[in-house]
Design a protein around this ligand. Sequence first.
Ligand SMILES: Nc1nc2c(ncn2[C@@H]2O[C@H](COP(=O)(O)OP(=O)(O)O)[C@@H](O)[C@H]2O)c(=O)[nH]1
Ligand SMILES: [Mg+2]
Length: 305
Amino acid sequence: MGFLERLKDGLSKTRRNFTDRIEELVGMSAKVDEDFLEELEMILLSGDVGVKTTEKLIDAVRQAAKKKEIEGTEQVMPFLKKYIAEMLQDEGQRTRIGAKPTVILVVGVNGVGKTTTIGKLANYFHLFKYKVMLAAGDTFRAAAAEQLQIWGERAGCEVIRHEEGADPAAVVFDAVKAAIARNVDVLFIDTAGRLHNKTNLMNELEKVHRIIKREIPEAPHETFLVLDATTGQNAINQAKVFMETANVTGVVLTKLDGTAKGGVVIAIKEELGLPVKWIGVGEGIMDFRPFEADKFVDALFDGDK
Ligand SMILES: Nc1nc2c(ncn2[C@@H]2O[C@H](COP(=O)(O)OP(=O)(O)O)[C@@H](O)[C@H]2O)c(=O)[nH]1
Ligand SMILES: [Mg+2]
């Protein structure tokens, strides 16, 4: 199965919960009146699009109906598709590998898919002939560095790791030094995602930042926040905590395969102002791509066609 098919397949539950229900609603009412808008609002809210974004979408439909840009309910779907696609476009979406080494910090709570994402990113950039290095900054769990090592081998790149329980900042220090010495193009830094204690998280991330900046003042060039699409609106709340503690530049949205909450993509962009940069649609190394608004919206609206 190609990536687009996987994405369409993965979003089938979201479609059932979202676009299929809008289609049903359109089938039941011909006029775009307040009753219709109220029903539409309910569908968007339960599709994890978020309160603010739902209001914005409803308002846009209402205005378009007033201006006769939308004359009947059957025009609502194409309108929403176009409107959402435009909403999701973002200049900051692309990951640019400019500085050498480009340092990318990867943060997020436990289990969202950070280590897997780094493995997939390593593979992606390796395929495009970049020299990639990985730093096992999650020293908290024994299995984390091992898991990263395996991904590193698969992707053909070096992994800097210390023993379990070591200071993450020491790993990062070694990795940044090694990346400079070995002429690496891009260094991805894995971190532990202990959110139960915000002060700890903040202290740890601050220390890691300090160490990186001592060697490369402009780094980290990016901080990716990994969010699990299956957690829907919860992911938005997690993101807010991380945005307070780290200078997040973009989101990696994992587990879009099989979730009914894919509408969260729209909320991330609108409510957090962060671009979704990459998406994961499975556990495999190839189940991963840069986020493309048009393709995503196609898969969300026309998946079965
Ligand atoms: N279905 C699916 N599973 C994923 C995806 N990304 C990661 N996972 C799984 O999520 C679990 C946690 O991933 P891991 O990378 O260890 O998370 P971390 O704790 O944030 O480092 C693993 O079982 C992964 O295989 C994805 O896009 N789709
Ligand atoms: Mg991990």
